[in-house]
Design a protein around this ligand. Structure first.
Ligand code: HEM
Length: 394
């Protein structure tokens, strides 16, 4: 649906390389233009201010996910019926199944294993003195722990990473990046949907539990591969980017690292602040199930809205001095994990992984000397492909 009368227009492709390299000035321009801005190049209405994004996320009856959360029709059609792309009551049923092992009480069981692995890894890297914050540090826990928990430990690291990046690339507009990624998503679907997948899963693993739920009649058997994708797709690059962003921010702001080293209980807040300032998920879309009035403009039902979490997290209406990295800021209500009914199902695991690494890093590292970061261009995610680091040992 095109612009409504009186609506501000922003004639920039929000999925172009140029915007992906530095989206923040564009987000600022959108916030200044109005509460809901028409993007003619993407065929979307952009919502970029904090209060409006959060209100939309908290109103799934109007801002629906059931028609998909991508910025293109093809993926919105093929992805319907996943946890991410569904509304109640289906969403509640699917989410209950996948969220069970990701709840804090269930994670207590695996927390010691994650902490031990984090200590082993950080000790090894700090002894080495220099490493890559993405491939050596940030990728390790998501790749080893998550694939093991899902029950697919023997599958190739490179396939997993390719599939994870593709999962998000196809959720943008159908540009060249998304077209290439579609092939990878099809490969992932074929692998997870194959007849032999159940026999490959370790007994008691998260994947195995999904099939057990189908045996009990809690979910249709054909949905099992889809639910497995809910673990693999969104759990890797998100956490990897968030972890590497922490190193980047602490490398750029050594005084903030000193604050955390001297007061490790600041770690959870530092993680929130980094997710606020450099949100790995820039935004998803919603489909209007009814007319919605945003900032005085009524957008008709059937329109598609782009909710920009990464912009909301820098909205000057909400945050004082929003571009400053401040580990003491009260940042816990950022939208980096979304909000409302679709709020990230894996946030406790992501926090656990990042906390485990930081707890050892504060003991062992006095400071990070960072080299030139290499950006990973992804239609939906923001993060690094590489970040050379040399550490000063504590
Ligand atoms: C720092 C790391 C992470 C970030 C920034 C992140 C971000 C997000 C965001 C913004 C959403 C909301 C989607 C929406 O509004 O439609 C979401 C949903 C989701 N995330 Fe995460 N995520 C992270 C880690 C993880 C992990 C580790 C897992 C799984 C093990 C995971 C699984 C999911 C699932 C299944 C959903 C869909 C929930 C639903 O629709 O009810 N995420 N995530």
């Amino acid at each position: 649906m095109p612009a409504v009368p009186g609506q501000p227009i922003y004639d920039v492709d929000l999925y172009s390389d140029e915007v992906l390299r530095d989206p923040y000035p564009h987000y600022k321009a959108l916030r200044e233009l109005g509460a809901v801005v028409w993007l003619p190049q993407n065929g979307l209405h952009a919502v970029a201010r904090f209060e409006d994004v959060r209100a939309a996320l908290r109103n799934p009856a109007v801002f629906s996910s059931a028609q998909g959360v991508a910025a293109n029709d093809h993926v919105n059609t093929i992805s319907r019926g996943t946890t991410l792309a569904s509304d109640a009551p289906l969403h509640d049923r699917l989410r209950a199944i996948i969220a069970a092992p990701l709840l804090p009480r269930a994670l207590e069981e695996i927390a010691p294993q994650i902490r031990t692995e984090a200590r082993r890894l950080v000790d090894e890297l700090v002894d080495r003195g220099q490493f890559d914050a993405v491939s050596d540090l940030a990728q390790h826990l998501p790749l080893t722990i998550v694939s093991k928990l899902v029950g697919l430990e023997d599958h190739g690291r490179s396939s997993m990473l390719r599939w994870a990046a593709a999962t998000f690339n196809v959720l943008g507009s159908m540009n060249a990046r998304a077209c290439t990624a579609l092939k990878d998503v099809q490969e992932m679907r074929a692998y997870l949907g194959g007849d032999e997948i159940r026999s490959r899963l370790r007994t008691g693993s998260w994947g195995d539990r999904i099939f057990a739920a189908a045996d009990r009649g809690e979910v249709e058997p054909e949905r099992c591969p889809v639910l497995m994708r809910d673990y693999l797709g969104p759990s890797l690059d998100t956490t990897i980017f968030a972890t590497a962003n922490l190193v980047l921010l602490f490398g750029r702001h050594p005084a903030q690292w000193d604050l955390v080293r001297n007061d490790p209980p600041l770690i959870p807040n530092a993680i929130n602040e980094a997710l606020r300032l450099e949100s790995p998920v820039r935004g998803f879309t919603r489909h209007l199930a009814a007319d919605a009035t945003i900032g005085g403009l009524t957008i008709p039902r059937e329109s598609r809205l782009l909710l920009l979490y990464a912009s909301a997290n820098r909205d000057e209406r909400k945050w004082q001095d929003p571009e400053r990295f401040d580990v003491k800021r009260r940042a816990n209500d950022h939208l980096g994990f979304g909000n409302g009914t679709h709020m990230c199902a894996g946030l406790h695991l992501a926090r656990l992984e990042m906390t485990a690494l930081l707890e050892v890093l504060v003991e062992r590292v006095a400071g990070f000397e960072i080299g030139e970061p290499v950006l990973a261009l992804n239609n939906v995610l923001r993060g690094l492909a590489a970040l050379p680091v040399r550490v000063k040992r504590a």
